[in-house]
Design a protein around this ligand. Structure first.
Ligand code: HEM
Length: 141
């Protein structure tokens, strides 16, 4: 990612993080609308899950300039996801749900440049998780 793309993602994440719970709720609604077969993978009560998602996204986004610094965390997260039964195709679905939800929350600010920056950000993280998930044994959370 270019420094400009990183700056866009950070600035926009700051905007959506002000409404973190509503953003995360919108994300899960969108995800399960796109693919309702994913719903049973998650706990019935998503309240705790919503907080965790935003916290991890914040952690990674703050490290976008140097993903190597969080690679151990990404590997561990990927190994747990393999244990949850998440497949590489599911990462595409989550990416679509994330971009859709960002568009819903950011409106006109989510222009072509912002969309491309977010797509690259998510793609980089998802690829790192998919690669790490392939090489690491599945472990329980
Ligand atoms: C960049 C992508 C992703 C991030 C940052 C992320 C983040 C998280 C976090 C922080 C947790 C909390 C538990 C833990 O730390 O292990 C979690 C759990 C989970 N995630 Fe993800 N996730 C991602 C992609 C996905 C994808 C593609 C799926 C597929 C549908 C998925 C499904 C799940 C499930 C099923 C749980 C466990 C829920 C539970 O039983 O408590 N995640 N995720």
């Amino acid at each position: 990612m270019t420094p400009r793309q990183i700056a866009i993602v950070r600035q926009q994440f700051g905007l959506v993080a002000r409404h973190a719970d509503a953003f995360a709720a919108g994300f899960y609604d969108t995800l399960f609308t796109i693919d309702d077969t994913l719903r049973p993978l998650f706990p019935a009560d998503l309240a705790a899950q919503r907080g965790k998602l935003v916290k991890v996204l914040a952690h990674v986004i703050l490290s976008l300039h140097d993903l190597g610094a969080v690679i151990d965390d990404v590997r561990a997260l990927a190994a747990r996801h393999a244990g949850y039964g998440v497949t590489s195709t599911d990462y595409d679905t989550v990416g679509i749900a994330l971009l859709t939800t960002l568009g819903d929350h950011l409106g006109d600010r989510f222009d072509d440049e912002a969309r491309a920056a977010w797509a690259l950000c998510y793609g980089t993280l998802a690829n790192a998780m998919i690669d790490a998930g392939r090489s690491a044994p599945a472990v329980a959370a």
